[in-house]
Design a binder for this molecule. Structure first.
Ligand code: HEC
Length: 143
């Protein structure tokens, strides 16, 4: 049994897993990839805005940060099932270092929750804060 961390336990209790766990029998790899895709989509909103590809919109930027915050909370749940597959870029080091992986998910959660976009300059700052958390996990755990 893997140790349930506070974050995972909270996510389960709060029912936040419903985003990704709507179907309990869903393919675990698909589930975690969908979670990452939604995080990636939210990141794209920020990056398009910071590059000037889209107009500055504080509400849309903060909504993207909310999406990331919620998705980050489900990371321990959607990754809990150890499953390696040629279609997946998840390293099996995740399950050998589960507590560290969860810590890195919590770091994204903290960064996304703590970031707030108030003006154009803060879009880049928010991106930087969450971007560090993506890299800190992808480097060791994404193939
Ligand atoms: C706690 C670890 C962790 C954090 C934090 C994390 N990722 Fe990931 N991400 C992964 C792993 C592992 C995979 C590979 C999943 C798979 O293929 O099964 C992945 C895959 C992805 C993918 C590819 C999804 C697909 O299959 O199409 C995208 C896009 C992505 N991450 C974006 C992000 C962004 C953007 C952030 C930060 C805002 C982020 N991730 C933060 C672990 C993490």
């Amino acid at each position: 049994m893997k140790k349930l961390t506070t974050l995972a336990a909270t996510a389960v209790i709060a029912g936040l897993g419903t985003i990704a766990l709507a179907d309990d029998h869903a393919d675990p790899i698909k589930m975690r990839q969908e979670t990452m895709k939604s995080i990636g989509g939210a990141m794209k909103v920020l990056s398009d805005m910071s590059k000037g590809n889209t107009d500055f919109d504080a509400a849309a930027a903060n909504a993207a940060l909310d999406t990331m915050t919620q998705a980050a909370e489900t990371i321990p749940t959607v990754f809990e099932t150890e499953a390696v597959d040629p279609e997946s870029d998840a390293s099996d080091d995740i399950w050998a270092n589960w507590d560290d992986f969860v810590t890195k998910a919590e770091a994204l959660h903290t960064a996304a929750m703590g970031a707030e976009v108030t003006d154009e300059a803060s879009v880049g700052a928010a991106m930087g804060a969450v971007g560090e958390a993506c890299a800190a996990c992808h480097k060791p755990y994404k193939l």
